[in-house]
Design a protein around this ligand. Structure first.
Ligand code: DX5
Ligand code: ZN
Length: 219
């Protein structure tokens, strides 16, 4: 399967979000990653459902919404209504993760489950059939521009093995510190969906140059 590139608007120029999204689309990006942070689960505060709805109006790319918030179950319907195509919740924030993933599916949205760098992926053994996407965090969530944590590579391998053993076709996404230098090892380990903020939006050759550099690194 080809690599899917999902630019993270955390690093976009918010004064021109609409044209940045258009540029992502023109550059051949596969989805738009929207980082929702609440200042509680993670130290930063970012976007709410209105931004998701605005992105929906500005692009036809799928919207991949990464919820870094406590009690995400309180907000699933709102983000679904706003236009999320994927809703990814953190294992660390969900005491009733099975139910939370079930609710996402019932809302007609693709469920994603993510694990922080310090969280083992073993719980996936009980949840593989509930998810369309597993996100392996390769930085501690909260900010763009951090350095890739290499232990993510082994976790991706382990995740693929768990999914394969259960016959799951869920895709593995990796998020944090993805650049032309780090993307290859992640692909080899089994990741197929790459979130990139800095490497796309701050690339010296612009958004198209950033997406191209990531794809070229995989050839
Ligand atoms: C980090 C976010 C990421 C962030 C990645 O908490 O979940 O999506 O935008 O940024 P880069 O690609 O700059 O590491
Ligand atoms: Zn993210």
């Amino acid at each position: 399967m080809a690599a899917l590139i999902s630019p993270s608007i955390l690093s976009a120029d918010l004064t021109q979000l609409g044209s940045d999204l258009q540029a992502c689309e023109a550059a051949g990006a596969d989805a738009i990653h929207i980082d929702v942070m609440d200042g509680r689960f993670v130290p930063n505060i970012t976007f709410g459902p209105d931004i998701v709805a605005a992105c929906k109006r500005a692009t036809s790319l799928p919207l991949d919404v990464h919820l870094m918030i406590v009690e995400p179950e309180k907000h699933l319907k709102t983000f679904a209504t706003a236009g999320a195509d994927y809703l990814t919740v953190h294992y660390e924030t969900c005491p009733h993760i099975h139910r939370t993933l079930q609710i996402i599916r019932e809302l007609g949205v693709k469920p994603g489950l993510t694990f922080n760098p310090g969280t083992p992926v073993d719980p996936l053994e009980l949840l593989a059939d509930m998810v369309d996407l597993v996100l392996i965090m390769s930085v501690n969530p909260g900010f763009g521009g951090q350095t890739f944590i290499p232990q993510a590579i082994d976790k991706i391998r382990q995740t693929r093995a768990i999914l394969d053993a259960q016959g799951s076709k869920a895709i593995i996404q990796v998020d944090g510190g993805i650049t032309a230098a780090t993307i290859g090892a992640n692909y080899e380990a089994g990741a197929r969906n790459f979130v990139a903020g800095t490497a796309v939006f701050k690339h010296p050759n612009g958004i198209a140059g950033g997406v191209r550099a990531l794809r070229d690194a995989l050839i």
